[in-house]
Design a protein around this ligand. Structure first.
Ligand code: PEP
Ligand code: MG
Length: 596
């Protein structure tokens, strides 16, 4: 019998898994701010002290949260450092005190004015990432306002029942303080796939659905909920039939996950004996262990921007060397492919002054930037080469669009080698040098490039963006970002062909390589190495082990005959659903939700 109270909402699934439990509403409504005129100097001085106290309390709270952050998410602690820095910023701190003193107004109103000024400034910035950082200023202001009102934010760490958190929005400080022993998962009214809360949920491996719009208005403390982090469905007050159905789904998913994890250390070999290398993409040294645990046979892409994105100055060569050396040592004898710096586009370092560009994705990015900033480039190459003496390192240049860039990059690498020779520093003289194929022009001249490289790695994230003219971070055109577009498949085919003719290996390290749906087609196109988010490795290995190269070639051949992306999608989805129903239902969300 269906209970009339049952309601279903659909949001954005950002972290996989199914949970059934009681709601715990977290009040994150904004503090009301009233204007107050202060009459005496004494009142004004007291108000300044009140503001300083609230601010210091906020700092203590954040430091406390930072110290208690669970191990799995420690690497995100820089967000909390940013919050501490905001509090010291003169536009936040001095401006508020000045407003209290000069306008004789209460601390709350003065802070509101400072935030408003910062918002006005941010609104003039074009860069969407920097623009979005205004939310951090707002989170910090809210924390200080709460302290001023004597209503400290409820810490999620204190929750001591097994519950599902329901909130309008969760700040980085909120998600950083989640106690995973108690919190089963969370759902929010706002938020997107790449929001900080989503990323943390993935790292903590707790199911989460965001963007539910009105869930906080429909749920009370204690309301029974089913949250499906695979599909984004949230069921409020489910009846018994639904509970039984989802318990079954939960069990199937758990069984599926433990079975693939168990098998993740077996080689990725097709049924007909074709061996594939499955590697991990990482951004931090700390991820190497997870990569190994999930069965990675090396690191196929080390995105090296992280050290340059923090705000304490550019990294020194020695600092980089230590980091690269450690990665190489941990993963040895397997290889690590170090991608040289890919700054620009949507990744900027505050330590480098950038001129404003109308189209940063088409601007001074990646290798173009490095070739214009040889000092920064050489320092990184020195670190990579020195680390190559301690493991199996390969070097890879991003965004190469034609031969001259490759030759110029190789020339600098050679110069740096000469420098190290003179200094008597060791490095791997036979280090493999490759490039990412992520600009359509590189596909067209892949045969020329292949003569000057040891390997290719196809970066589909950018290749699709540039080939289909779809901004990869623009949500308005997100559904037009189609990995199975006939143009993309033909490009992959052509790059593999060029690589084969020249006798060099062709890998893929874009997100496409980590989605089980695309694996048979890519196998059939004879991509030899797949590098992906570590979480996707067990599922991808399972698909490879269950496919034969002959069948994959047949799928690729059929797919290449189709003319529209819709036809290809239908065909590939049908095949996957038929051959691997469990992977299609459980494995795909699992692999897809765990992008970092
Ligand atoms: C790519 O473009 O596919 C890629 C792997 O590089 P990134 O996502 O770092 O640009
Ligand atoms: Mg790229």
């Amino acid at each position: 019998m269906t209970d009339s109270k049952v309601r279903k909402l659909k949001g954005i699934a950002v972290s996989s898994g199914i949970i059934i439990g009681k709601a715990h509403l977290v009040d994150r409504s904004r503090v009301k701010i009233l204007y107050q005129y202060l009459i005496s100097d004494q009142q004004v001085n007291k108000e300044v002290e009140r503001f300083k106290d609230a601010l210091n309390a906020a700092k203590d709270q954040i430091i406390h949260l930072k110290n208690r952050m669970p191990e799995q998410i420690k690497r995100h602690s820089f967000i909390l450092d940013t919050h501490l820095m905001i509090m010291d910023d003169s536009m936040f701190f001095n401006a508020t005190i000045n407003a209290i003193l000069s306008e004789k107004i209460n601390a709350e109103w003065a802070l509101k004015k400072s935030v408003q000024n910062i918002e006005d400034l941010f609104s003039q910035i074009d860069d969407p990432y920097i623009k979005e950082r205004i939310v951090d200023v707002e989170y910090v202001a809210e924390r200080v306002l709460r302290n001023l009102a004597g209503k400290e934010l409820e810490s999620l760490y204190e929750i001591n029942e097994r519950v599902i958190i329901v909130a309008h929005e969760l700040s980085p400080a909120d998600t950083s303080s989640i106690n995973i022993a108690k919190v089963m998962g969370f759902i929010t009214d706002v938020g997107g796939r790449t929001s900080h809360a989503a990323i943390i949920a993935q790292s903590l491996k707790i199911p989460a659905v965001v963007g539910l719009e009105s869930v906080t208005r429909q749920v009370q403390d204690g309301t029974l909920l089913i949250v499906d982090g695979n599909t984004g469905e949230v069921i409020i007050d489910p009846d018994d039939d639904l509970i039984i159905l989802y318990q079954e789904k939960q069990l199937n998913q758990e069984r599926f996950e433990s079975s693939i994890i168990r098998l993740s250390h077996l080689p990725a070999e097709t049924r007909d004996g074709h061996k594939i290398s499955v590697r991990a993409n990482i951004e931090f040294l700390e991820e190497v262990a997870t990569a190994k645990d999930h069965g990675a046979e090396g690191i196929g892409l080390y995105r090296t921007e992280f050290h340059y994105l923090r705000s304490q100055g550019l990294p020194s060569e020695d600092e980089l060397f230590e980091d690269y050396k450690e990665v190489a040592e941990i993963i040895a004898p397997n290889p690590v492919t170090m991608r040289t710096l890919d700054l620009g586009g949507d990744r900027f370092s505050s330590e480098i002054s950038w001129t404003k560009e109308t189209n940063p994705a088409l601007g001074l990015r990646a290798i173009r930037f490095c070739l214009q900033q040889p000092r920064i480039f050489r320092s990184q190459l020195r670190a990579i080469l020195r680390a190559s003496a301690f493991g199996n390192i390969q070097v890879m240049f991003p965004m190469i669009s034609g031969l001259q860039e490759l030759l110029d990059s190789r020339k600098i690498l050679k110069d740096v080698m000469g420098e190290l020779d003179q200094e008597g520093l060791a490095y791997d003289r036979n280090i493999k040098v490759g490039l990412m194929i992520e600009v359509p022009s590189a596909v067209t001249v892949a045969d020329i490039l292949a003569k000057h490289a040891d390997f290719f790695s196809i970066g589909t994230n950018d290749l699709i963006q540039y080939a289909l003219a779809i901004d990869r971070v623009n949500t308005k055109v997100a559904d037009m970002y189609q990995p199975l577009h006939p143009a993309v498949l033909r490009m992959v085919r052509d790059v593999v062909h060029a690589g084969r003719q020249a006798g060099i290996s062709v890998a893929m390290c874009g997100e496409m390589a980590g989605d089980p749906l695309y694996i048979p087609v890519l196998l059939g196109l004879e991509v030899e190495e797949f590098s992906m988010n570590a979480m996707a490795i067990p599922v991808v290995k399972r698909v490879i082990r269950m496919t034969s190269l002959a069948k994959a070639k047949e799928i690729a051949r059929q797919a290449l005959l189709l003319h529209t992306v819709e036809e290809v999608n239908d065909y590939v989805t049908r095949e996957m659903d038929r051959i691997f129903p469990d992977i299609f239902w459980f494995g795909r969300p699992l692999a897809n939700n765990l992008r970092q």
